[in-house]
Design a protein around this ligand. Structure first.
Ligand code: ZN
Length: 529
């Protein structure tokens, strides 16, 4: 049977069949009036996309009107040209630039350019400098549009693997798909690429930074596979006790290099060098408790018949790793595993938690810049104030940077992982076309999806309430720092430097304090739920 929404697409345009790869997306953009078919009821999905068509679609997608200038900006786009006002608006919004006074409205647009336009419009100007990995055989790290393409991959607009063909003409269906997915999460491609071929997976060495070192712990030789699942072929094996550098994680798989080649091993069989809790295999506390009795005995086993090994005092915070044997819980006592009775432990709020605050960018990487504002400075100033507020509330705060220095994305993740943090909050500010405004907060489904989403929503609500920013969205995004941190994590975009209203709000004296208070209150709300 045909899916309902696919059948709709078929009804709408005679040349978009229900099994066209972008049928749903075309239906979406048609519903929104972003793109229409021609007079004969055809959409022409596979026709090359022209600059004029892209101007019309993008200005509609960004919800702006046409701009009727009395004097045309471009020699080759007169006032009676069918897309005149849309082209004027697109140029004004910096979506397109002309060349030598001409716009060339009928020229086709290359796939790489379309990626750049969509990434900038929906994910901000700093998309250009996005450092995420892309796994396309024909996109090198130095390619001019690599940051844009990585942004689209990270935001589930496209799936990587295989080739991108950056210089080929884009089609009408492609831009329709990008726009629809950027605007509607349910149309996005899944984050995990389960379809890519063996050739694609070891083309490009994705990450150059070692996240941590590990040791193979397996009774039989450990398989190294081409990709992060048992569906991929085995390319090598590693023996018990072998030391490996781990460059990244994909679900339960670690990315390693064997003989200079990228491969994946299952994380169950690699013990992290810095993981003192390796022997139990349980490193993540399930909650932090506060001791409510004057003396809480600690025992070597989960019953009162076991030996006493010491005691906690009232007010001590205790990380609980496992609930076992009725009310007995597994805890750490003087660096060793031990057990205590949970009847005298009260689950704590924020107090005693370890929270990583990550002010985005720094040093030679300024992030977004517009209206006299520089993102890295705002991120840091707000971050330092959040640190102070949290510390005053008894939180153990770890900062990824406390001054104008540069920390790599994997460095930021490593700081959070090493701290065994309870949560991770990355602070950013946005740039896009002038019309884009408001606060948005992102989470990622890779780890702790539910908790990350709750944390993101709690902070977003406070940003809107306390800083006066418009509510833009809480959404799933594949930013490196939230995709690779294993604790609940979120990435905040405080507002758009490129939007006059947002920028004015951020320039007001007291804004840093206000924004920091909002982030702090959001974290507090999350922990008091
Ligand atoms: Zn940023």
């Amino acid at each position: 049977m045909l899916g309902v929404d696919k059948a709709e697409a078929t009804d709408r345009f005679s040349d978009v069949s229900s099994n066209h790869w972008a049928a749903k997306e075309i239906s979406f953009v048609a519903d929104k009036g972003i793109a229409t078919g021609d007079d004969s009821g055809k959409f022409r999905p596979d026709d090359s996309l022209t600059r004029a068509q892209a101007s019309v679609m993008m200005t509609h997608a960004l919800n702006t009107s046409g701009l009727d200038r009395t004097t045309p900006t471009f020699k080759d786009v007169s006032r009676d040209y069918w897309a005149y006002s849309r082209i004027e608006r697109a140029a004004e919004m910096d979506i397109f630039k002309g060349k030598n006074g001409k716009f060339h409205p009928g020229d086709n647009i290359a796939k790489a350019q379309v990626a750049a336009i969509v990434a900038r419009a929906f994910y901000g100007e700093d998309a250009e400098h996005h450092r995420g990995d892309v796994n396309f055989s024909d996109i090198s790290n130095s390619f001019w549009a690599k940051g844009y393409i990585a942004t689209l991959v990270d935001n589930n607009i496209i799936r990587d693997g295989g080739s991108f063909n950056p210089n080929e003409s884009a089609t009408r269906a492609e831009l329709s798909a990008y726009i629809a997915r950027a605007m509607n999460e349910s149309l996005q491609v899944s984050g995990k690429d389960d379809s890519h071929s063996d050739e694609a997976s070891n083309e490009d060495v994705a990450s150059e930074n070692v996240l941590f070192q590990g040791t193979v712990q397996a009774s039989t030789p450990l398989n190294v596979r081409k990709g992060p699942s048992t569906d991929y072929s085995v390319i090598n094996t590693l023996n018990n006790g072998k030391k490996v550098d781990v460059y990244g994680t994909e679900g339960n798989w670690y990315e390693v290099r064997v003989g200079g080649k990228k491969g994946y091993v299952h994380s169950n069989y690699v013990v992290r060098a810095d993981d003192v809790q390796a022997d139990t295999g349980k490193a993540e506390p399930i909650y932090t408790g506060k001791v409510t009795s004057s003396k809480l005995l600690v025992r070597s086993g989960p019953a009162s018949s076991y030996d006493k090994v010491g005691s906690f005092s009232r007010g001590d915070t205790v990380k609980v790793y496992e609930e076992t044997n009725g009310s007995w819980v597994l805890v750490k006592y003087k660096g060793e595993w031990a057990y205590t009775h949970s009847g005298h432990l009260e689950e704590a709020g924020m107090s005693g938690k370890t929270i990583v605050i990550d002010p985005g960018h720094g040093d030679h990487d300024p992030g977004a810049q517009a209206n006299g504002l520089v993102e890295k400075t705002i991120n840091l100033q707000v971050g330092l104030r959040v640190e102070k507020l949290l510390k005053d509330a008894g939180v153990d705060v770890v900062m990824t940077r406390r001054n104008d220095t540069f920390v790599t994305l994997s460095g930021r993740v490593a700081i959070a992982e090493r701290a065994n943090a309870d949560s991770f909050v990355s602070i950013h500010a946005n740039a896009a076309s002038p019309a884009a405004e408001g606060a948005e907060t992102f989470y990622n489904n890779n780890y702790q999806a539910r908790e990350s989403r709750k944390l993101a929503a709690a902070i977003q609500n406070r940003l809107v309430k306390d800083t006066g920013m418009k509510y833009r969205r809480v959404a799933d995004a594949r930013f490196y720092v939230i995709r690779n941190t294993t604790m609940p994590s979120t990435l905040i975009e405080l507002g758009f430097l490129t939007n006059r209203g947002d920028a004015n709000r951020m320039k007001q004296s007291g804004y840093y304090d206000k924004a920091a208070r909002a982030v702090y209150n959001g974290i507090k709300d999350y922990y008091s739920e």
